[in-house]
Design a protein around this ligand. Sequence first.
Ligand code: UD1
Length: 421
Amino acid sequence: MKKIIIDGGQEISGTIKISGAKNSIVALIPASILTSGKCVIKNVPDISDVRILLEIMRELGSEITFENETIIIDNGNVKNKEITEEFASKLRASYYFMGSLIGKFHKVDIACPGGCVIGSRPIDIHLDSFKKMGIEIDEQQSKFVMTVDELKGNHFYLNFPSVGATINIMIASTLAKGQTIIENAAKEPEIANVASFLNSMGAKIFGAGTSKIIIDGVDELYDGFVEVIPDRIEAGTYLIIGSLLGNNLTIENIIESHIESMLYKLKEAGIKYESKGNSITITAAKNLKPINIKTTVYPGFPTDLGQPMSTLLTQCEGECLFEETIYENRLRHIPHLNSMGANIKVFDNQALILGKTPLHGKKVKATDLRAGASMLVAGLIADGRTEIYNIEHLLRGYERIVDKLSQVGVQIKLVEDEENI
Ligand code: UD1
């Protein structure tokens, strides 16, 4: 077990560079299965989800090198094998192997995907769409066996613009017969990143990043190349930290248009920042105005930034309303924030945050990945020492977070600890 120890309250200055997006790379790696050619993926974050996916790929026979933020994948010898629970349950994104293995081999045998416990997280939209493409799905107790003779394109209207389902349909339909149209598709930037990778291999995908995506199936794919876009959630997390403790903290490698909703909210709270090229320099504001946050699909305020943002709301002068609309179970971090001195009342998926409240160092727990980010921000602004347990969750999504924060003046260390709370 690992925990992070933070001695809070320090001013932060210097430069932090944002890594490649977790939610892109976890789709790009499985998507590469579609081609037997060589794939080069640049700007890859070294996070545990990537390591797990590479392990799964190697189990399937893929030859991979990972050096200098670049992964080179040779899938010439990939075989279609069962992806067992041992691997699939370690991360949610293992569901992208459904799309890529069915696309390539017309058969998949995979255990249920894992992931953070932030709601029921069904995959019915993925499965219904696969069925419409002619795929037979045998849902067994803890795994799925899928088979199809001929994959056929179809016209889909998604009940909800699911990120995972949009990407999975795109991957599965790349080598399908005929045309696929996805209406009410998710528009997150990671979707366009995956489409540009598939297109570099020879796929014909149009409109990714908008709510209507058209995929003209092709017979064959070749070598692929892509650069992972900067992680907008990591960027948003460091912007929150900069808003609370920054003294000319520069955050590099940001695509500003990807985090517009976040920047808008920071401005509304009275935070000033300066943008130059692909970097933003931010300094903490003295008196934060109260703001309301409602998470929603892109380009709205991202659910993945809701939890770290809720920590910032505890420092606003007045009443803030925070509402989570994507997941049912994303407020489990609130009792931990309250234990540190916050004054937050939860009603279903809404939280009323009364501030400003000083926070005090405590032993707390990262109940999921982004809850870990919330606790981290809390620990940074709290007086005294904060110890965050279950920190493995946080390390799944933030590359070298302890190094990056140490370099800008934070007293933080990662230690092994047998104790749990
Ligand atoms: C992705 C991101 C995750 C982010 C989320 C929303 C990855 C690996 N993860 O997750 O970080 O929080 O987008 O931006 O990219 N749903 C269904 N049925 C389905 C699929 C989804 O009911 O078949 C529901 C989910 O339970 C959830 C909502 O739709 O309530 C959003 O899910 P979705 O957009 O699919 O998120 P993920 O792809 O799982």
